[in-house]
Design a protein around this ligand. Structure first.
Ligand code: 6PG
Length: 246
């Protein structure tokens, strides 16, 4: 969304500090809502350390598992047990050990195709939300986790792809990925992702330095266009910044 709410950059020492900061923000978001909580997870390698932390005792015991629901912002259109499946990765690292099965909401990658999976997931999100239109007074998610790819994509919203301009649907199929793995994707759209209280990007490692530099000057890149209607936070480590965090 072009006009999101507040955006903040937080520099941290390294990937471990980044995961810890993200885990604490997630716990804070959960505590801020005494009702049913909705968290939208992300895939790729960046969130793995966070997911491992959530599976560790000090964090796991502070999560009220019965009232937290877990969604995924995008997935690769591969079987649920394929190592490329984003929700499969999150399930394996922490969800299957702690979350009630009914609270885990994967994109149905066993559907006939990515488009069909997108329609089914949109229906599931709308049924969870209780409406087919998003109301800015009532965000869909408490927290949306995000990563950024080498081309500036986020979720499976790739630069210059038509799915980036979708402003009506909540979920959409992406027939061909712009970067590896080159499998079809299913992704939430910008309006659905932005319907949250907080959007939290995790960016760590020297390999992210080039794209961070490009993001500083190119507002058209998907990762720059993805903004929460509430708070957008970028957690960036020293290796990605290329210097000491400020
Ligand atoms: C995916 C993602 C994608 C990811 C970025 C960053 O399915 O690939 O959800 O948007 O977050 O590509 O990936 P890394 O964390 O592996 O760098």
């Amino acid at each position: 969304m072009a006009d999101g709410g507040h955006r903040e950059f937080i520099g941290v020492a390294d990937a471990a500090a980044l995961a810890e900061t993200a885990a604490n923000r997630l716990l804070t978001r959960i505590s801020a809502n005494s009702d049913r909580v909705a968290i939208c997870l992300t895939g790729g390698s960046s969130p793995k350390q966070l997911y491992r932390l959530l599976a560790s005792v000090p964090y796991a015991k502070r999560i009220p598992w019965d009232r937290v629901h877990w969604f995924i912002g995008d997935d690769r259109f591969v079987p649920a047990n394929d190592s490329l499946n984003n929700m499969g990765m999150a399930r394996e690292i922490f969800l299957d050990r702690f979350a009630p099965p009914a609270n885990i909401h994967p994109i149905p990658t066993d559907a006939a195709g990515p488009e069909e999976a997108a329609r089914l997931y949109e229906r599931e999100l709308q049924s969870f939300y209780g409406a087919r239109e998003l109301d800015s007074a009532r965000p869909l998610f408490d927290l949306v986790l995000m990563g950024v790819g080498p081309d500036g994509h986020t979720a499976s919203l790739f630069p210059d792809y038509p799915e980036l301009e979708e402003n009506r649907r909540w979920v959409i199929g992406v027939p061909k990925a712009h970067v590896e793995p080159f499998v079809p994707r299913v992704t939430l759209t910008l309006p659905a992702l932005s319907s949250c209280r907080e959007m939290l990007f995790e960016v760590a490692g020297q390999e992210k330095r080039a794209i961070l530099n490009r993001l500083a000057t190119d507002n058209t890149l998907p990762a720059n266009r993805a903004r929460s209607q509430g708070e957008t936070v970028w957690l960036v480590d020293k290796a990605a910044i290329g210097g000491e965090p400020s």
